[in-house]
Design a protein around this ligand. Structure first.
Ligand code: GTP
Ligand code: MG
Length: 339
């Protein structure tokens, strides 16, 4: 069987990449594509072949990724892409619908990676997914033949199922600790209102950004305290709701605030001691069982170190690039049935 799949997101783009793989892939491309020069595609056996697509006359590049796998890299207009796909279909290649593929088939795993690739929002995640596109389907076939490595493979799902998903990072803390200032310092623009008045932020303010190549959602929340003010109460309830689904909780403490942390039900993953330009609290956090970072949001000190610690806390163990990984819960479920 020969399959094709668009690896770039649908819609207009500068370039489009269509993967074609299977026994007939070379033959079908040979029929639809003419390389520059006198020789046919089939006779060239090159890794990169430049030429034109016969039906549209568009210049494009065909990349041979080894074995029966090819990529057509064309102009990204929807018309160009549709014409290529129509020609591939006409000559017998199929666009797999992952829902109809066997859950344990290599084709299903490849289709999953292709879907995730289209949704990738950073170069780092796209690069890792592209690597998986090459190495995951054959690894699945190997595991089916010899499942002795299955358990250690499934453990890699802790990283594999998350790195391409936007992780939710929530800042919490007492009013006035500098949560909004810190959010703004990381984002590099004034996303949240900052004032010296405690209780300024009332709603959950979210913003998408990228930390160390990983897509994240930062949430600034209302300062946690008991209040008679109804709007503030709702803000605190919303903050707690957001914390329940957070992937990473950062508690922000004001270095000049003498009160101890009293929100015992919230277990932070990282403690940030802000306003370190005003007071030195470094001696008081020696016993902490999570990383403690001293920053000044207004002076922008310690922010790079914080970003580094956030990245390492999100993904403490990054497997080597050539390591196949389970990428979705559905893949883990399907693979678990081999046992
Ligand atoms: N000196 C100093 N002042 C800071 C720092 N970070 C924030 N501030 C000031 O502290 C005050 C409160 O800052 P916010 O960022 O609004 O604090 P918040 O935690 O979001 O407060 P709420 O929204 O009320 O919960 C403002 O006057 C900020 O300018 C810092 O690192 N150093
Ligand atoms: Mg605020």
């Amino acid at each position: 069987m020969t399959n094709f799949q668009q690896l770039t997101p649908p819609g207009r783009g500068a370039i489009a990449v269509i993967a074609v793989s299977g026994n007939e892939a070379r033959k079908i491309i040979d029929t639809c594509f003419t390389p520059v020069g006198k020789r046919r595609f089939n006779d060239l056996q090159k890794q990169l072949t430049y030429g034109h697509w016969n039906s549209t006359g568009e210049d494009l590049l065909v990349v041979h990724n080894g074995a029966l796998n090819f990529e057509i890299q064309s102009h990204g207009s929807e018309a160009a892409v549709s014409a290529i796909k129509a020609d591939l279909s006409r000559h017998g290649a199929q666009q797999p619908n992952s829902a109809t593929l066997e859950p344990l088939s290599a084709a299903r795993f490849r289709a999953d990676v292709e879907r995730l690739l289209c949704e990738a929002v950073t170069a780092r995640t796209a690069e890792l997914l592209l690597q998986q596109w090459h190495i995951l389907p054959p690894a699945v076939d190997r595991l089916k033949e010899d499942p002795t490595q299955l358990d250690s493979f499934l453990e890699l799902g802790a990283f594999g199922t998350r790195f391409h998903q936007r992780q939710s990072i929530v800042f919490c803390g007492r009013p006035n600790a500098g949560k909004s200032s810190l959010t703004n310092a990381i984002l590099g623009f004034e996303r949240a209102i900052v004032t010296p008045i405690a209780g300024t932020t009332r709603d959950v303010l979210t913003h998408h950004t990228v930390i160390d190549g990983w897509p994240v959602e930062l949430s600034d929340t209302a300062g946690l305290r008991d209040s008679d003010n109804q709007i503030e109460q709702i803000g605190v309830a919303k903050a707690r709701q957001k914390l329940e689904t957070a992937d990473l909780i950062i508690s922000v403490i004001d270095a000049t605030d003498p009160q101890p942390w009293d929100q015992d039900d919230i277990q932070p993953d990282i403690i940030v001691v802000n306003k370190s330009d005003l007071a030195d609290r470094s001696s008081q956090f020696k016993e902490a069982n999570v990383p403690v970072i001293f920053v000044s949001a207004t002076q922008s000190t310690g922010i790079d170190q914080l970003l580094d610690v956030i990245s390492k806390t999100l993904y403490p163990n990054i497997p080597p690039a050539n390591q196949p990984l389970p990428l979705t819960e559905a893949q883990i479920k399907a693979l678990s049935s081999i046992k």
